[in-house]
Every structure is written in structure tokens, then in C-alpha cells.
Design a protein around this ligand. Structure first.
Ligand SMILES: [Fe+2]
Ligand SMILES: [Fe+2]
Length: 356
């Protein structure tokens, strides 16, 4: 009885398995992927309706695993060869670079394409720190004489804080406006970054939009840093001035961070007054240029590209556009303080993005 039953069962199983699972046209295991296609895939990923198919499923899984292992091993060998070849390329590139050769581009497994851009005339864009679409023509029509009259205690505190800070700056730099501009830009680029960073963290904490103010303040920080990159080309800092920047940044960053946490209204007002002073300083710079006390040298190439200045632009043209930028920062920061004064959050009023 047992022998006859077993024979019958074998016939049933082979009857199903023969055409389905032992046919190469049906059982297709894609090499290198370990994926079984066709009817077998349906079996592997579903449940066979016929109990007799369970045996076959076990076999198919077993063969599939074996196939996958062999394919995986082949793929691993290929990957290892690719890696070795890539390592050799990196080694060759590094050697070429060390020898001062032309092959200085980095060969990387990560496939990040090198950033390339061209000018409208088709020539190569040489600046990696900003791209052609980030350049602009300064709005020179802005009112340079605007001033926020301090009325409240906080306003007066902000105003006199800036006036007091100006005193040592005047004593230290006197009429060396090129150097003064460069040093002050190292400070001016801090508030936008600190404010933007704190608003960024606030947006994360409170699960709310920023109204564009994070981006607007970071744009301001970037714009100020471009002022620094420009004046760096005109005045080279000596070792004492570099040490001073270190010390001032350490103090100012932390002081402004604390001020922004305690009262953004006060922090933005302080920056508004700082920018008023910056407009004044650049006006004095222009006077020195016009009087011939400072040589009106050709504009640095970075400034010509950043502000889309004519090719024959001079330092005077650069100071004019930088002063216009400072007037825009003045307006943005006084406006931000006014929003707080009116009992609102910055996110409630759309930020002036791209306001230069
Ligand atoms: Fe600036
Ligand atoms: Fe500024």
C-alpha cells in the first residue's frame, strides 16, 4: 500500500514539476541578480495553490539561492577588479599632482560630477565660490540717507552700542579705509549666519515654516562674505590684523548669538545701525578715492564677475556697489526689528529674498 501510494505521489509531483520547473524557458535566473523570473518568480513570491507544488518551491528556492551565490561571487570579483582599477587611477592622479603634473582632478567612486559653468560669452567660469546665476547688478537707486531714529530704550541701547563700538575702530584704522573695510566685513558676515542658523533650529523645533527668513539672512551673510573676498584682493591683512579678526570673531559671534536668543528685536536693530555705519564708512572711503588719497586701482576680477561690472571697472565702482548692498542690509534688518516691534514673528511677513 505504502509503495503504491508513494509511486502515485511521485508521478503527480513530476507531472507538475517536469514542464514547469525543469524547463529552462520557464525557470530563468538572471545572472548577477539572483532574481528568478516567470512562473517561478510567482511561486517564490506568492503561495502555491496546489499543495503538490510546495516540494517544487523548496527546490526552486534552493537552486535559486545557489545561482544567486554563484552570481554574487562573480559580481564581487568584478567589483573588486573595478575597485583595484579605481585605486590605481587615484594613485596615479595623486602621483601626478604630487609631481606638479596636469592630472589634478579627483577620481572618486562616488560619481559626483565636477561643477562646471560658462559665462554668457562661452568662456569658462573661474569662480567656484559663486555661480553665474548668483551674480547681480546692484540697485544704485536706494536711498543712502535713511536712518531709524531711536525712540524706545532698546533702540537707544542698540544705537549707542554701535556708536561705542565705532570708537575703537576709528582709532585703530583711522583713514586706512581699504583695511578697515576688509576687517569690518569679517564681522559683518556673522549676524546673518547666526540669525539664519537660529531661525533654522527654531523652524525644526516648532515644526513651522520660516517665511523665507532663514534664506534671506543666509543670503545676507554670503553677500557680506563676498565683500570680504573682494577687499581681500585690495588689502592684504598682516599677522596682527589676522590675530585681531580671530579675537573679535570669538567675542562677537558669541555676543550676537546670545543677543539673538534673548531678543531678536534688539539683535536686528543693532545690525540695522551697524549697516548705517557701514554706509557712512564707504561714503568716507569714496571721498578718499575722489581726493586721490587712495589710489583708484582696477577692480578685482571677482568683483567684476559678482556685480556684473564693466571690464574696465575700478575700485571706486566696487565701493559704490558695496555701499548699495550695505544700504539694503540696513533696510532688511530694521524691517526685521520692526516686525518684532509690532508683535509679530518674522515668519508672518514674507522675507525680502534676493533684495540687493
Ligand atoms: Fe559688507
Ligand atoms: Fe552689510
Amino acid at each position: 500500500m505504502m509503495t503504491r501510494g508513494a509511486t502515485r505521489m511521485t508521478r503527480v509531483v513530476m507531472g507538475h514539476m517536469g514542464p514547469r520547473y525543469f524547463s529552462t524557458t520557464v525557470l530563468r535566473n538572471d545572472p548577477g541578480t539572483g532574481v528568478v523570473g516567470g512562473a517561478a518568480a510567482g511561486l517564490l513570491h506568492g503561495f502555491p495553490s496546489n499543495p503538490s507544488e510546495k516540494v517544487a518551491v523548496t527546490w526552486v528556492r534552493h537552486f535559486s539561492a545557489m545561482g544567486s551565490r554563484s552570481a554574487s561571487t562573480a559580481a564581487l570579483n568584478e567589483k573588486q577588479q573595478e575597485k583595484e582599477s579605481s585605486d590605481k587611477k587615484v594613485e596615479n592622479t595623486a602621483t601626478a599632482a604630487a609631481n606638479g603634473g596636469a592630472g589634478k582632478s579627483v577620481v572618486s567612486y562616488w560619481g559626483v560630477p565636477p561643477s562646471k559653468a560658462t559665462k554668457p560669452d562661452g568662456t569658462e567660469w573661474k569662480w567656484n565660490c559663486f555661480r553665474p546665476w548668483e551674480t547681480y547688478e546692484a540697485d544704485m537707486s536706494i536711498d543712502l540717507t535713511k536712518h531709524h531714529a531711536p525712540v524706545t530704550f532698546l533702540d537707544k541701547f542698540a544705537y549707542w552700542t554701535v556708536k561705542v563700538l565705532r570708537f575703537p575702530t576709528d582709532v585703530f584704522f583711522q583713514r586706512r579705509y581699504g583695511c578697515r573695510a576688509m576687517m569690518l566685513e569679517t564681522v559683518a558676515a556673522v549676524p546673518g549666519m547666526v540669525g539664519g542658523m537660529l531661525l533654522h533650529c527654531k523652524s525644526l523645533r516648532r515644526f513651522e515654516q520660516s517665511g523665507g527668513w532663514i534664506k534671506a539672512l543666509l543670503e545676507e551673510a554670503e553677500n557680506e562674505r563676498m565683500h570680504l573676498m573682494t577687499f581681500m584682493e585690495v588689502a592684504k591683512p598682516n599677522v596682527y590684523e589676522r590675530a585681531l579678526v580671530f579675537a573679535v570673531q570669538g567675542v562677537f559671534f558669541n555676543a550676537y548669538f546670545a543677543a539673538y536668543l534673548i531678543s531678536p528685536k534688539l539683535a536686528h536693530r543693532i545690525v540695522g545701525y551697524l549697516e548705517e555705519e557701514a554706509v557712512h564708512s564707504y561714503t568716507e572711503f569714496l571721498k578718499e578715492l575722489d581726493n586721490g588719497n587712495i589710489e583708484n586701482v582696477p577692480a578685482p576680477a571677482i568683483a567684476i564677475d559678482y556685480w556684473r561690472l564693466p571690464k574696465d571697472a575700478t575700485l571706486r565702482d566696487v565701493v559704490l556697489v558695496v555701499r548699495a548692498d550695505e544700504a539694503h542690509h540696513r533696510d532688511v534688518n530694521h524691517y526685521a526689528s520692526d516686525i518684532h516691534y509690532q508683535g509679530q514673528q518674522l515668519k508672518d511677513s514674507p522675507a525680502p529674498l534676493g533684495y540687493h
